[in-house]
Design a protein around this ligand. Sequence first.
Ligand code: 13P
Length: 294
Amino acid sequence: MMMKFAIALASSLFAGAVTAFAPAVFSRHRVTKTTQLYGRKPFISGNWKLNPQTKDEALTLAKEISASITEGSPDADIALFVPYVFIESAMGAVDGKLSVGAEGVCPEIKGAYTGAISTSMLKSIGVQWALAGHSERREIFAETDDYINAQCLRIIQEGMGVMLCIGEKLEEFEQDLAGSVCAVQLKKGLKGIAKDDLDKVVIAYEPVWAIGTGKVATPEIAQAVHSKCRKILAEMYDKEAANGVRILYGGSVTPDSVDDLMSQPDIDGALVGGASLDSQKFGRIINFKSAVPV
Ligand code: 13P
């Protein structure tokens, strides 16, 4: 019985994950219909994590990625979240064609916090975006919802944008708890953040079982959770506010899966790990082709 469930789950998870996309010619000013309906500009982002290993490699990668953004690319926000030491050189390499953000911040502003990086330090070198709540920070670095909330509040207080990552583990997914886990992480992560500040918030739904596993969620599964997240945001704020918040999908996104994901009404972009370290792959993701042209 369990085995049958596991097989059914696996096929529902991965069926359609790698499907052909409907070719569509995109001008730089076209966006997916549903996204445009609510004025949500697509947002494609990469998270380099603990990569690459040298400044030279980081420079080459950043240059190649920025070269993939052309006049014909979709009109989307593009960002790379990179290790602190590479931020300034990556900024120089991309020449303003995309944002270079931080993979995290310390919620404290100054003082005896060895190894920490503050929002003021980041702002002083021109950083506008930072990640918070990534599952690797939650798991490996034991960052709690309270700590993540403090990071979000600090980032917003400094006038920067925060990309809050949320998502359930495999056993939670199997128990149909994805929506509940996301509700808790959204409510705790965004506690105290005013509706007027939601323009500085992007949500990244990253199911933990999909991160670095090659097991991308099907567009249908991702869409269902994104829609649920938007309903939760509507309960927390209101429908109009919820319709304005961009919700990105992350977890094994590749050139093969991005178009179908981006064709979903509530998927407004992607947060890409492994494929953002390959300029060809990430370039293709930046140049996604939604099956729902304007
Ligand atoms: P992968 O794309 O390697 O699965 O990583 C996703 C991720 O964790 C982005 O933050």
